[in-house]
Design a protein around this ligand. Sequence first.
Ligand code: GLY
Length: 403
Amino acid sequence: MAMNDPADTGESYATLELFQPPTAHKKQFRDALDRALAKLDQLVPIFGLRNPRMGIEDSCNYAFCTDDEWVASFWTGQLWLAYSLTGDEKFKNSARARWSYFQRVLENPAWHDHDLGFLFLLSCVADHKLTSNQKARDMAIRAADFLAARWRQPLPFVMCWNPMQRDGADFAARKTRTLNIDSMQAMSLLYWAHRQTGQQSFLDIANMHNETGIKHLIRDDFSSYHCYEFDPTTGNPIGGYTHQGLADESCWSRGQSWALHGLAQSYLNTNKNAFRDAAAGLADYVATKLPKDGVPLWDYDLPEDRYPYRDTSAAAVTAAGLYTLAQGFGHGPEVAKYTDLADRILIGLVENHDIAANPEAEGLLNEGAAFVDLGRANNMLPYGDYYYFEALMRAVGHTEFFW
Ligand code: GLY
C-alpha cells in the first residue's frame, strides 16, 4: 500500500511495516476482500454524494446521513481504503467530493465532539497520507485543534459529548463530565497532528486521555464501562455507567472493541507498553466471552432470557484491533495468540454475515446492533462495513491505515 506522509517521523510504523499476521485463512480473506472491493465499485455511482447512516429494517438498503452525523466518514474511509488498494481515481474523486461536508463540520462548532476523530481520520488524514494533499492536511489539523481544545481542566480527558436539548437536564449535565469509551478511537487524530506539527500538547493530551481511560473505563477483569463520570470541580472519579450497553456493570461489546482497537493503535503511535498491555487485557477478556461462531452478542453479559442480537460491528472492530495488537507485539507467542482470535471472529463474519455477494446489498455485513434499547438492531452499519474492510486488509498483511 503506497503511503506518503513526508512529515511523519516514522515512529513504530517504520519498523513494523513488514508485519504479516500468521493467519490460517489467507485465501478466504483475500476472496472476501475482493468481494468487498467489487461491492464498493458497484456502490460508488449508487451512493453519489450520500453517506450511509444505518441499514433500513428488513432490507439490504441504507438510509443516508443528514447533517451532524458521527457516522458520516465511514463510507469515505472505505473509499480511501479502496483507493489505497487499487489506485483507481474513481475512489479518490468520490472521497474528495465529500470535502465540502467536512468543511461544514469545521465551520459548525455545535457539531464538534469526540467524533471529530472518526470524521477527520477517515477523510482528511486518509487523503493526506495517500496523496500528500495540503488542503486535507490543514483541515485535519484544524479538527485536531478543536478536539484538543475540548480538554477542560481539571477533568483528565477530552470532553466527549455535548449536552443536547433532547437529553433532559440530568443526562445533559452528566454528559459534560463523562469520559466515554468510544473516544479512545479519536486519539489517533492527536497523535497524527503531533507528528505533523511537533506540537507537544497534542501528544500530552492524547496520552492523558488514554491513561484516564485505562484507569477508569477498564475494570480489574478487563471488561469495560461504556462511560465514566467525574466531578467537574475536582476532576475526581465518581463512577461508571452505561448508555448503550445492557447495564451499568455489564460489558457493551462495541465499547470493548473501541478501546481494544484504539489502545492497540495508540501503542503503534507511541510505543507505550501500558497501552499494549491494556489492549491485550481487553482482548483476553473477549476470548472468554465469544460465542462459538465468533461473533459477539451486543453485550457480553446478556442473560439468556434476552433476544440474542449479535453485533457484527463489534466483531469487525475487535478483529481489526486484534490484528493491530498482533502487529504491536511483532514477534513472540502473542502474535499467534491474537491472530488466532482475530481469525476466529473474522471467519465468523465471512461465513455467516458477509452479504457482499448479494447484488442487491448496499453494504458488507448484516446483523449490526447500533443501539438495542432504542430498537436499532439487526441492521447493516457503515462502521461495521468500514472495520470489516480494514480487518480483511490487516488479515492479509496490510499495515498502513489512517489512525
Ligand atoms: N460511537 C457510538 C457507537 O458506537 O454507537
